[in-house]
Design a protein around this ligand. Sequence first.
Ligand code: ADP
Ligand code: ZN
Length: 438
Amino acid sequence: MPRNPVRYWDEEIETLDRRSLERLQTERIQATLQRASRSDLYRGLFAGRRIRPDRIRSPADLRSLPFTTKDDLRRAYPRGMLAVDQRRVVRMHASSGTTGQSTVIYHTARDIRHWTELVARSLVMSGATEADVFQNMMSYGLFTGGLGLHYGAERMGMMVIPAGGGNTSRQIQLMRDFATTIIHITPSYALHVADVIADQGLTPDDFKLRRLVFGAEPYSEATRSKLERCFRVTAYNCYGLSEMNGPGVAFECRQSEGMHVWEDNFVVEIIDPATGEPLPPGRKGEVVFTTLNREATPLIRYRTRDLAQIIEEPDCPCGRRMRRLSRILGRTDDMLIIRGVNVFPSQIEHVLMKIPEVGSNFQILLDRVESLDRMTVRVEICGKMFRGGVSELRALKGAIQHSLREEILVSSDVELLEPGTLPPSTGKAKRVIDNRAI
Ligand code: ADP
Ligand code: ZN
């Protein structure tokens, strides 16, 4: 098959050589520091330090500055992070609040323009063109997955269907009636949509779908493969967080080997979450970002709590020079400590989604019995794949328990459920129910 030529949205910047990029980053860090010190947040964080923007001579010099944490942003709620006159603000967004009080980010018109450009650039990188029909199945509102992708998709000229999250039968109807070619969706919701499509007796041939764009939650390679098989299309990973605008911070190119971080807009660092020390390329740690182009809420060395690594090879065959981030391997704040062992829900997902008899939904239940942690993994089985009797169910349960133990090193109970027993996810999945009293 002839390969499609590489297309760029902004070729000059996307292929900029590293030296020029670092020069640009340095200038922008200096400007960002100037701006940031106008907010109460940074007046507080910089108090007692002499911050001299002109002393920043390279992006590495950022290391002399303090981190900004989610708690700092929570303390600054609702306006302490604002660095411009409120009259210049045209929009605000807030994080989903997955891990507590949500954080607020303000945008000027220029901020929104830049964010829109980054999303357009990301979508073109994945091969989207103005001939595509883009159905956005992320919820619209304070959450950034809706409006963020919407503006970028429109900007690059696609027809956008602002479907929002949920209402699955209607989503499927829209996909068929308007010949949707790209959907933007959380992987957990995509698993549910795939089930409903199958229940309706439809197959990929009933759709014109060409690509999936996945974002907003961690998921494993096994889930991606499973969904690519169900929909018979390629999936692209889209990463972002509301503190860094939202989606469009990093996105996969057609090589599907990591996500290019838009380093003209963000400096990315990987640190050891325990010590705060920078880690070399290739080592897994916490992702830290500094905004480079934002006016209303500049953020410096923001600790995302997301765990990932920088992929070492500098050049990607797609021609882009911006470094790549691995998939997000988990969040430091969704790490579970079970009988002293660190376990990420994504590890459990990885094990389950590789087993063909496992359906699309699962839940992790934690209890404490006689001061011992007990984990129960509740797993929906796949109706189509599994037609066995009691002994086969018992064997499946044993096989799941065994694979889980191999991966996470703690034993668990496994409960097999009929398809459709657990509440389906229509946005960010909530997989863990922790009933352990502290
Ligand atoms: P919250 O922290 O409340 O969930 P956001 O709505 O801003 O706030 O979501 C951002 C978070 O979602 C990221 O920090 C990350 O944990 C997760 N996320 C976003 N995109 C991806 C992705 N492609 N892969 C894994 N996790 C992602
Ligand atoms: Zn690439």
